[in-house]
Design a protein around this ligand. Sequence first.
Ligand code: ZN
Length: 174
Amino acid sequence: MAVRRIVTAPDPKLSAKASPVTDLSDEICQLAADMIDTMYKAPGIGLAANQIGELVQVIVFDIHYAYAEPKDKKKVPTVLINPVISISEGEEFREEGCLSVPNFNIDVMRAAHVKVEGIDITGKPLKIDAEGLVARVLQHEIDHLEGKTLLDHASALKRSIYQRRVRKSQRGSK
Ligand code: ZN
């Protein structure tokens, strides 16, 4: 169990494509466990492996824990490996943020309903039929595996504002 450092844009790992997992090795199990710890610590509702600098197709999510009242907090993470969107329907416009693009929230158009297929950490097929926030998180995390972040959904103007802010803060920390 370990909380890992979350990389932030413009880290090149965030714009690289993750490779499919071909072997559910101990390393992959460890990676998934670290991703879960990192997600809860952040706190976030989803995390893709790219965000801790690992280019493999692993995502984790739990939409309830981060927003639950302290008395209702129960960790129920889902690990999904090699996810593929098989059906996407409808459209929904809603604000999103990302742990890898700090202090940057924009409205993003996503499919309202998706079916996603992959495998779980034991190698069993996992099919998720989702709408609402779960559908949105799945699409957001699968974007990461394809090397896309919220910045790719932003207008050129908003993207350049973020980039300018990052350059400024990098200068400030030197
Ligand atoms: Zn993200």
